[in-house]
Design a protein around this ligand. Structure first.
Ligand SMILES: Cc1cc2nc3c(=O)[nH]c(=O)nc-3n(C[C@H](O)[C@H](O)[C@H](O)COP(=O)(O)O)c2cc1C
Length: 241
């Protein structure tokens, strides 16, 4: 095992932060690590907006379901897929393809993961915030996002004021397959994992709840998933063809 793998295996989202700023050289290092992520066709189809204005941060927090840590983390960054830049430098560029939504989302997610891993290596912690997509029209107006730019996720970063246990993941052989798709129907294994997740939620330091993995999935996937998203994507010039 390497120190990098050890660090990655210790990942857990942090939602309580000390009120201590992150030093500028650390911020620059995290940004450089994020920018070093691979990029599909080297399009570098991402922009990251750092919210440093406190009044603006409060407005962004309100649009993110009022999740307190969006307001209290030392840093809050909004990760966006960005094809506006390409159109600016190459106006004849052809955009709007569904494939480019995937490219923008993948490039940006890789940057985000690099950012949080770099931060964790510096003793910081963080949590991604998908709730930036709760009210995407309003957030886009607030941040002045032009055509070709969509907010994908936020990232809270700061010094941890909690030390939660890592959350148990699915058995590896349910997610890693060989030479083809292998559906998993082992109910006993799933019951075992459900019990492990229930135990995690009941004993974790950060507040307990009584649920299993399949229970949580049933709840989450019973709800509509931001049904306004397709319209928003079209309005911003994504997924038109
Ligand atoms: C794209 C993305 C969006 C997320 N959005 C939120 C969010 O809005 N609020 C939150 O508290 N956690 C959010 N999370 C954190 C997940 O809940 C968390 O990663 C997951 O439960 C696994 O826990 P762990 O990160 O502690 O291992 C998000 C994670 C990802 C990858």
């Amino acid at each position: 095992m390497t120190a990098t793998i050890e660090l990655m295996r210790q990942h857990r989202s942090i939602r309580k932060f000390a009120s201590k700023a992150i030093a500028p050289e650390q911020l620059s290092a995290i940004m450089a690590a994020a920018q070093s992520a691979s990029s599909s066709s080297f399009l570098q189809a991402s922009s990251v907006i750092r919210i440093t204005d406190q009044a603006l941060r409060q407005q962004v927090m309100a649009l993110c379901g009022n999740q307190a840590y969006v307001g209290s983390a030392a840093e809050f960054w909004v990760f966006c897929a960005d094809f506006h830049r390409h159109l600016q430098w190459v106006p004849e560029a052809r955009t709007g393809f569904a494939e480019q939504l995937l490219i923008g989302a993948i490039d940006t997610a890789l940057m985000g993961q690099n950012a949080i891993t770099a931060a964790e290596s510096l003793g910081l912690g963080g949590v991604f915030i998908g709730a930036v997509r709760n009210q995407p029209h309003e957030l886009s107006r607030l941040l002045g996002l032009p055509q070709g730019v969509i907010p994908l996720f936020g990232l809270c970063l700061g010094y941890p004021a909690q030390d939660p246990e890592p959350k148990p993941r699915l058995p590896a052989d349910m997610m890693f397959m060989e030479n083809g798709y292998q559906p998993h129907h082992d109910e006993a294994r799933m019951a075992e994992y459900d019990a492990q997740v229930r135990h995690y939620y009941q004993t974790r330091s950060g507040g307990n709840k009584d649920t299993t993995w399949t229970g949580q999935i049933a709840d989450t996937l019973a709800r509509e998933a931001r049904p306004f998203m397709l319209n928003f994507l079209h309005e911003q010039g994504f997924c038109l063809k």
